[in-house]
Design a protein around this ligand. Structure first.
Ligand code: ATP
Length: 292
């Protein structure tokens, strides 16, 4: 479990996060949603110990994050950051092996190689194993980086479905992991996450797709201008009012009987109100009779 208590963070006197509190449970996917600039990545950087909060605290496995040593943290917490503009002149399997670095000194063991093969296969990139990372498409690169974090947190027991000698929760922090992926690989990644949550993982992911959030997340944190709008189960907190507060766009929640989860649709699909007019209304606080 990750316990976030009254976290605040400022840059040059400007608050980027204010009084953010929530608990991310092991065995669950927590999605962070909110408009561009809401503070999602800043929060994820605090959870990954890349930034230290100005106020409040973050606890992982019951310990204050700031007192966990980085080399120890890397064995049970992995991070997929946004915009990985990394000039990796490595091939895919070498790069995925980097995920195993916190687990060995010197050279990788047979088990490390097995785990890399497993991560390549899980993310559907075995056929790319000898390709140079930089020559891959954006979506392929994203899957390689996912394989790397998967390799970092996989134990040999996970591959063979064996019980862990000392079962410990693991933490996966993902900043926009499905951005750039095609529809098949978006669902594939979210299914991988679902499998991980069944294996004692706590996954926190920033997502921009509200319908995939509704379908896959166990909990949702909605941020707006660095503050929490709502935190809870998707169907409870992803309401038209909360979504309007976060994204300034009117939506309807529809629940076709043949689906197990509701869908969020822009109300304009029904009202046919042009988006430009809505924008005008938002900035002027009144209705405009003529279309722009
Ligand atoms: N180092 C920095 N210096 C100044 N401002 C910053 C810095 N880092 C972030 N910000 C600002 O803080 C706000 C929150 O940024 P953050 O990256 O957390 O947003 P986000 O919710 O992840 O947005 P997006 O959906 O666009 O990725 C933004 O207005 C951003 O410009």
């Amino acid at each position: 479990m990750i316990n976030v208590e009254k976290v605040g963070y400022h840059i040059a006197g400007r608050p980027l996060l204010q009084n953010v509190s929530f608990v991310a449970e092991t065995g669950q996917l927590l999605a962070i949603i909110g408009a561009n600039g809401a503070g999602k990545s800043t929060l994820l950087k605090i959870l990954s110990k890349e930034l230290a909060p100005d106020s409040g605290k973050v606890e992982m496995r019951g310990e204050n994050l700031k007192s966990i040593r980085n080399n120890q943290l890397a064995r049970f917490r992995a991070v997929l950051a946004q915009n990985n503009a990394l000039a990796f002149n490595f091939n895919v399997s070498e790069l995925v092996m980097m995920g195993r670095y916190p687990h060995f000194d010197g050279s990788p063991s047979k088990q490390d190689h097995e785990i890399v093969e497993y991560a390549l296969q899980q993310t559907d990139i075995t056929h790319l194993r000898d390709r140079i990372f930089l020559t891959l498409s954006g979506g392929e690169q994203q899957r390689v980086l996912l394989a790397k974090v998967l390799a970092q947190l996989t134990d040999i027991e996970d591959i063979y479905g064996l019980p862990h000698p000392v079962p410990q929760p693991k933490y996966l922090l993902l900043d926009e992991p499905i951005t750039g992926l095609d529809l098949y690989h978006q669902h594939n990644l979210l299914e991988i996450i679902r499998t991980l949550t069944l294996r004692n993982f706590c996954v926190i992911a920033i997502l921009h797709d509200l319908n995939l959030t509704m379908q896959y997340a166990d909990k949702v944190l909605i941020l707006n201008s660095g503050k929490t709008i709502a935190f809870g189960k998707p169907v409870q907190v992803m309401t038209p009012a909360n979504i309007f507060s976060a994204f300034h766009i009117p939506v309807d929640i529809i629940h076709p009987p043949e689906y197990t989860h509701p869908f969020i649709v822009h109300s304009r699909s029904f009202s046919e109100q042009p988006l430009q007019e809505e924008r005008w209304e938002r900035s002027n606080g009144q209705s405009k009779s003529l279309y722009l």
